[in-house]
Design a protein around this ligand. Structure first.
Ligand code: MG
Length: 398
């Protein structure tokens, strides 16, 4: 049976990789929906290649210019063009969609991902914010609707694979690996003087602006601890983080009998995407692409694997994320909102690199722990935390 797929955030890096994977597996998948922000150039090319039935863009103006562009190019197949959060949800819940790949940036895809889970679709989850801000809501809903959530994020995808080695009650610890980002060896004093362009260089993965910065502060890993908690129902203290600069071991699971199961592979997002789409099958990568060989790990690459504990004094964001998880309720949502404001302020050179955790900490101190019972609660918490962060930016950091 050919499965229908909707890709939320199709023009981003995971979205583009998903399109490539699907093109190579035309006998298994058919793209039904694509959603994107404003990158019409890439989206237009994807429409021609994949011929989706429904496409959503950020706003009405973009929807009109996309329609006009397709008409001028003489594009024939029927395609419905919609926009905004409602349009995204419509694409995600289209009756022909079986699997939604949630790969949009930030919280823009939250509503659509929620609707997809609500209507029982399988979700291949690449977007971090979904489980960070609404982990309890989404996972509870998924249990109710029997919607499968398969992680695409390389670490969680690795843990998902490692967990197949034993039963859930046999697990002692989940161990998330982290490349450590570009400032792994940078002193605390030198961190004060980091400039945005230095922070935007990531040693192993090519990603968007905010996530690259979140990798540099280790907030990204903090978010991943929160995600792991919701995906695998493990308590904070059983989710450890280990720095592993080579990014060959994508994560590990320690079982009660002392066995440590690691998942290794080249750092290529197409691997976890292919796994999440085809689970429980594992497909051969033969013939996937002319560059297929580079998707196999060589002995050369595995010659040296280093591991070390993260330094929480130099990277306080990781500790803040864990605090937010342990406090629960609204705190992870506030953490995410504060981080987004702090990162933006740093990229605009309004605050120092080391001010990012300081600003987040102030927001967390002002946020009261409340249970988020609906998406409306999530949006309220998000708005409030952003307002606190902006206020603090004006009062405490000028
Ligand atoms: Mg990751």
């Amino acid at each position: 049976m050919v499965k229908g797929v909707c890709i939320l955030g199709s023009t981003g890096s995971v979205g583009r990789n998903t399109c490539r994977v699907i093109q190579s597996l035309a006998d298994r998948f058919r793209v039904i929906g694509l959603t994107a922000g404003g990158n019409l150039r890439v989206l237009n090319r994807q429409i021609h290649q994949l011929q989706p039935k429904i496409v959503s863009v950020r706003d009405l103006k973009l929807a009109r210019s996309l329609r006009e562009r397709l008409r001028m190019e003489g594009y024939r197949p029927r395609v419905k063009i919609v926009f905004g959060s409602g349009g995204m949800s419509e694409a995600a819940t289209h009756p022909q969609v079986d699997t939604v790949v949630s790969a949009s940036h930030g919280v823009t895809g939250l509503e659509a991902t929620y609707r997809a889970v609500e209507s029982g679709k399988s979700v291949a989850l690449a977007n971090k914010e979904t489980l960070v801000v609404a982990g309890e809501l989404i996972t509870r809903l998924a249990r109710k609707t029997k919607s499968d959530i398969l992680p695409v994020d390389s670490e969680h995808n690795a843990i998902h694979q490692c967990l197949r080695a034993g039963r859930r009650e046999e697990v002692r610890n989940l161990i998330l690996t982290a490349s450590g980002g570009p400032f792994l060896k940078t002193s605390r004093r030198a961190l004060e003087r980091i400039r945005p362009e230095q922070a935007l260089r990531h040693p192993t993965w090519k990603m968007g602006g905010r996530i690259t910065l979140d990798s540099a502060t280790l907030m990204n890993k903090g978010f991943e601890v929160i995600e792991a908690h919701w995906l695998f129902r493990m308590p904070s203290e059983a989710i450890q983080v280990l720095i592993h600069p080579q990014s060959i071991v994508h994560s590990m699971v320690e079982f009660k009998d002392g066995s440590l199961i690691a998942q290794m592979g080249v750092a290529d997002m197409k691997l976890p995407i292919r796994y999440a789409l085809n689970y429980p099958d594992r497909l051969s990568i033969n013939g996937v692409a002319a560059k297929g060989a580079s998707q196999l790990l060589s002995w050369e690459q595995m010659k040296r694997l280093d591991f070390e504990l993260p330094d929480l004094r130099r990277f306080p964001c990781l500790g803040l994320a864990r605090e937010a998880l342990e406090s629960g309720g609204s705190m992870p949502c506030a953490l995410n909102a504060a981080d987004e404001v702090a990162v933006e302020a740093f990229l605009k050179r309004r605050v120092k690199f080391t001010d990012i955790p300081r600003l987040i900490q102030r927001v967390l101190r002002r946020t009261s722990v409340a249970r988020l019972r609906s998406l409306a609660d999530v949006w309220d918490c998000d708005r409030e935390a952003r307002a606190y962060a902006r206020e603090s930016l004006l009062n405490d950091f000028t």
